[in-house]
Design a protein around this ligand. Structure first.
Ligand code: SAH
Length: 382
């Protein structure tokens, strides 16, 4: 639901104006209609925001002066604030973006020869408590607004500069940063709509990927709303091990998760599904488990992405040996399961998968528990 314009009341000292980054094309047109403006005006403003990175109505030269003044009075265009940014030796760029007075999230851009991928966060922290993920140790604070999600893409796109579409450096977005995107459904879907809109960032559906730890009913809901690519964080081929690594598995075990994936591809035949599998030494990298995975992969047309585990302070897990990763991949490939190994990028600036921490004011007390475990020496500090 989009917020209607607030009525201006004399008794209020400050009125928070709607932030245009919170609206997709239809929402923006409705908002403009509510102040008596034509839909094409909304489209013009959208182009200024996303194609030219302009946030000041005064600079929108093809919008009449009267409308510019009306817009300035009623609405705002506010991107997230950059707290700091860092560039890795391999070109990976990380932003810490301040979302409010006390919380910040991380966004990472990974340039490659033929594409550039932005890893976007959906929540401040995460509530799912996956054992091997650094974000989990931070606890959870809140969902990001649609403006805070699309704002991450905007900050990165502005940094990369205005270039003709075919030379664009930002070609892919993965919702694989901090948080569980399907637990922030409406805002994520709205932000993804701007990512794919020609008046927004104009990315093809298959170049926008939503990654989930496996919220079965929300995967079904997503299939109604969009045909973005789906990444499913599997990490184990049987329920016993998966429940240990991804506690959500207790609620939605593997058979149900695969059922939802089958329904997703049936409903969205053009969408692809990738199963992510973080490789942890001695935990989930044995050949027997690769053989179990082959059997699961027969059920859904998909590919597997093996992610060498990225360590963080306090974790009890270690990265699998390269040879074990290769053997695991070979078992899958020999059984005709398309399998890639993700190259680790940006780990010198803690920007690799699972290393994003941001700055989270935890409302779950998980951080306190994690620190206590560290103090009691139950985990090996890296
Ligand atoms: N909640 C969503 C999106 C965030 S995680 C999800 O679970 O998919 C994005 C990806 O990074 C997931 O596949 C996740 O399992 C992986 N990941 C998390 N911690 C990691 C680590 N320490 N090393 C490597 N990959 C990790």
């Amino acid at each position: 639901m989009h917020r209607a314009l607030p009525a201006l009341r004399n008794d209020l000292v400050t009125v928070v104006k709607p932030n245009l980054f919170d609206y997709d094309r239809q929402g923006l047109r409705d908002l403009f209609a509510s102040i008596g403006e034509k839909p094409y005006r909304a489209d013009q403003v959208m182009k200024w925001m996303y194609h030219r990175h302009v946030t000041d109505f005064g600079q929108m030269t093809d919008v009449g002066k009267a409308l510019r003044e009306k817009l300035s009075a009623h609405v705002d265009i506010v991107p997230p604030k950059t707290v700091f940014e860092k560039q890795s030796a391999d070109g990976t760029h990380k932003w810490l973006l301040g979302m409010d007075g006390s919380n910040a999230i991380e966004t990472v851009f990974i340039p490659e020869t033929s594409r550039g991928t932005l890893c976007v966060s959906s929540q401040v922290g995460c509530g799912l408590n996956c054992q091997f993920c650094s974000t989990a140790t931070q606890g959870f604070n809140r969902n990001l607004s649609a403006a805070e999600i699309i704002g991450q893409v905007w900050v990165a796109a502005r940094h990369l500069g205005n270039v003709p579409h075919h030379q664009r450096k930002l070609t892919n977005v993965v919702m694989m940063g901090m948080g569980e995107p399907l637990l922030n459904f409406d805002n994520v879907v709205r932000a993804m709509s701007v990512m794919r809109d020609d008046l927004g960032f104009g990315l093809a559906n298959k170049r926008v990927t939503l990654s989930t730890a496996g919220l079965v009913p929300m995967i079904d809901k997503l299939s109604e709303a969009s045909d973005v690519s789906l990444a499913v964080s599997l990490h184990a081929p049987n329920d016993e091990l998966r429940t240990e690594l991804v506690p959500l598995n207790k609620k939605y075990p593997i058979a149900e998760l695969l059922g939802a994936c089958q329904r997703y591809v049936a409903k969205r035949p053009r969408a692809s599904i990738t199963f992510e599998y973080t490789m942890m030494k001695g935990i989930n990298d044995k050949p027997e488990l690769a053989r179990q995975l082959v059997k699961l992969m027969r059920k859904v047309p998909s590919k597997v992405n093996l992610i060498p585990f990225n360590p963080f302070t306090g974790t009890r897990f270690e990265r699998s040996e390269e040879e074990d990763i290769r053997n695991f991949q070979k078992i899958l490939l020999d059984a005709n399961v398309l399998t890639t190994v993700r190259r680790t990028r940006g780990d010198d600036i803690d920007a690799a998968c699972g290393q994003l921490k941001g700055q989270v004011v935890d409302r779950t007390r998980r951080q306190a528990e994690f620190r206590r475990t560290l103090d009691e020496g139950q985990v090996d500090a890296a």
